[in-house]
Each structure stands twice: as C-alpha cells, then as structure tokens.
Write a protein that binds this ligand. Structure first.
Ligand SMILES: *Cc1c(COP(=O)(O)O)cnc(C)c1O
Length: 426
C-alpha cells in the first residue's frame, strides 16, 4: 500500500527544491516524510491519508482561533466576492491600521506589508534612514525572516562584525550586523559602550520563539530600552510571532517595554499573508511618500488578508480569550512535565501566553547555547511517537509550539495521556 504523503512528497521533490516551500517543512531535523495536509478544522488537521492530528503548530502561529473559524472564513469569502485586489487604498486597510494602533499603544502609525520578512527588512531600512547610521544589532538564535542583513551569525574574531549564516549573503552586508547573546545584558552594555554611536537599531524577539522558546530576563529587556534611548538607536521589537499571541498587547504589554518600532505578522493575518511595521510617528514619517525611505508593495494591504486579519483580531478581543489560551498552554506544559518526570525522563516545559516550549533537559534554557545543549535525539523520538498517537508537534526541536482557542481541555488531556504512554516505554 502506498502512503499518499510519501507519494506527494516524492513528486514534489522533482519540482520543488527539497519538496517544500519553506525548509522546516521538510522534516530534515526530525527525519521521515513530511505530512501533506488536506484540511483543518478547529484544533485538528487531516493529512493526505485522511488521518487526524491535534495540531500544535497552527501554521506556525497564525491559527490562534483554530482552523476554518466560521467568522474568519465568512469574512474572507465576503471580501473575495468584492474583488481580490485593487492596488489602491481600501477601507479595510484603514480599519485594521486604526485597530492595530488602538491595541498596541506604541503604534502611532503603521504600514501594512505581506510577510514578517518584509516587515523586519523595512523596519531596519527605516531605522537606518531615520538615524543615518548603518550598524544593526541582533541576538543569536532570534529569527527575523530571511533578508540579507538578518541571516547573520556572530563573527569569530572581532565582536563587532557578523558573518553570513547563508550562502549568497555578502560578507560586506553581514559585517554591518553585530550578533550578541540573547539575555546577556552585560554583553549589550559592552557593545553600546564600544560602538553605540554606530548602532541604527537593535532588533529582538521579546520572547524568542525560533530557537524553541526562550523567555527574556526582565533586566535584559530593560537594558535594551535604556541603552537604545541613551545612544539614539531605534529599538525594534519583532513581534511577528508574539503579537496577539502572548496577549492582546503582545510581549510589549506582557513585559511593559516600550519599543520605537514594532513588526507584526502571523496572527494579524489570521492565516493569510498580512504583516505590518509601525511605531513612533517621527520615525514612520520618514517613509515614502512623506519621507525619503523607500518601501512599497503591490499586494500590501490585500483585501482578503486584511479581512482575515480583522476577523481574527475581533475574535481575540473577546473577554477571557487569552485567559483561556493561557490555561490550555499551562495545563499542557505542566501535564507533559509531570508525565515525563514520572518516568524519569529529563524534561521541562514552559509557556508564555499561547506559545510554549518543550525541552529534553532538566533546566529551562535561557540562551541559544543552552537550547543547543538540549537532547535533540530524544525530541525527535518523542516527535515521531506523538505523531503515531495523532499529535502534530513542530517538526524540529528548535521551534516553539502553539495552542489555539479551538483546543479543548479534553484535547490537552488526550495529548498528555499520549505522552504518558510514550514516556512509559521510553
Ligand atoms: C515568522 C517570523 C518572521 C518571518 O515572518 P515570515 O512571514 O515567515 O516572513 C520574522 N520574525 C519572527 C519573530 C518570526 O517568528
């Protein structure tokens, strides 16, 4: 009997590099054949074999109200019936811009784009245009999309100059990015003391969700704000993942940190390609057509994406929405930890709002190095065993997980029971 997932993957390998349109989907990290999904409903997805899984990936975060929420589907259908795009302003764009500025007080103005990559890339150009400086600072293990200046790792020799982490990124571009350790407030102090006057912007994931999950030390976030203010550098909070995910006010509300610029994506598009960057009015006014920093997009503010975003953002404002999400994520991480520890498996877990991290380690990691020292082989074993039990986790030990409002306590309990079985035979 042929497996339909395998069949589709084999055919895809011939026409799509690696058979996928984004590398993590290829299951290279965990091994095996990626699942091809046919459909989703609420907390569940069905693969090409028709097998059902409880979904803890949620399209990597956007599906916070679950798959095919009737109000989101209807909003998109209604928008589609009126026209797929105009390349001209629409009322929906005004509506979502006003809503974003209302929900996130740090946004005085906002511009819509189509992906998180575009949002961070544009925010950095804007910060450079505003400050007239070239250098940017990022942190090891944070992901901000795939633009040249952000696919950079720490340089081996000089502290200041980063090195490309991808072929095709010119060393000259990477050298303008300085890469520091996440949560290292002292390293940040040293860097600013040495070349603070060169730094256009610091970009950071306020909860790191692209190296599994690493929570920020409050002192780290405070140091970021203080140093950027002192040195006239722009603080960019990359909330593409955390925005409307850790709470209605994002990580900036959760940790009470005031950014200069914010990037958004994932949840704000409700599953369609909508993203944004925004912040201080004096900075945003440097953008064309008002100012000299060029940025544009044929599909920016696409009516369908805006409709999906608006419908989703309406649902997350329901009273108790995030309390429910937090309850689910907390129950999941505690339940999994108890199940693992009961059987002597070194494991811990944590959540922030509706995102969570699972670690085959005795301690919660606080840096990229510590994430890398977790037991990856155990994760891979766990991933495949849970898949057998109908639980779809992120296919990599280095990604955060997500719950949606469509998950029920019964779903979470079933997942914990499955993990208990897996750990019993560990
Ligand atoms: C997903 C993500 C991005 C990139 O967004 P895309 O829409 O995939 O381009 C940028 N920053 C963070 C923090 C992300 O999680």
């Amino acid at each position: 009997m042929t497996n339909h997932n395998q069949q589709l993957f084999d055919a895809s390998l011939k026409v799509i590099p690696g058979g996928v349109n984004s590398p993590v989907r290829a299951f290279r990290s965990v091994g095996g054949t990626p699942l091809f999904f046919q459909r989703g409903q609420g907390a569940y997805v069905w693969d090409a074999e028709g097998k059902r899984y409880t979904d803890y990936v949620g399209s990597w975060g956007p599906m916070i109200v679950g798959h095919c929420h009737p109000e989101v589907v209807k909003a998109v259908q209604d928008a589609a019936a009126k026209g797929l795009g105009f390349g001209a302003p629409t009322e929906g764009e005004l509506e979502i811009a006003e809503l974003l500025c209302k929900l996130l007080p740090s946004l005085e103005m906002v511009r819509l784009v189509s992906s998180g990559t575009e949002a961070t890339m544009s925010a950095i150009r804007l910060a450079r245009g505003f400050t007239g400086r070239s250098r940017i600072v990022k942190f090891e293990g944070c992901y901000h999309g795939h633009s040249d200046g952000l696919l950079v790792k720490a340089g081996s020799g000089a502290l200041t100059f980063g090195q490309p982490s991808s072929s095709g990124v010119p060393a000259e571009i990477a050298a303008l990015t300085t890469v520091l350790d996440y949560n290292d407030a002292e390293g940040l102090e040293r860097a600013f003391a040495e070349f603070g006057h060169e730094i256009a912007a610091v970009i950071v994931e306020p909860v790191a969700g692209n190296m599994n999950l690493v929570a920020p030390h409050p002192a780290f976030l405070q140091a970021l704000r203080k140093l950027c203010t002192q040195h006239g550098s722009v603080l960019i909070l990359d909330e593409v993942m955390t925005g409307f995910r850790v709470g209605l006010q994002g990580a900036q509300g959760h940790y009470h940190i005031q950014p200069d610029l914010v990037t958004l994506g994932k949840v704000m598009g409700g599953g369609l390609p909508a993203a944004a960057f925004g912040g201080r009015r004096d900075i945003m006014q440097c953008l064309a057509p008002l100012g000299s920093v060029y940025q544009a997009g044929t599909l920016s503010g696409n009516p369908l994406a805006v409709a999906a975003g608006l419908a989703t953002l309406k649902l997350v404002q329901a009273p108790g929405f995030y309390e429910h999400l937090i309850e689910l994520a907390t129950e999941l991480t505690i339940g999994l930890t108890i199940a693992a520890r009961k059987h002597g498996v070194p494991f811990c877990a944590q959540s922030v709002g509706g995102m969570f991290g699972l670690y085959f380690s005795n301690n919660l990691p606080t840096s990229y190095q510590e994430v890398m020292s977790c037991d990856k082989l155990s994760f891979n074993r766990f991933f495949h065993a849970m898949l057998e039990h109908g639980v779809y986790l992120a296919p990599s030990a280095y990604e955060a997980g997500f719950v949606s409002a469509a998950h029920t306590v019964a779903d979470i309990e079933a997942t914990i029971a499955a993990a208990d079985k897996v750990f019993t035979n560990w």
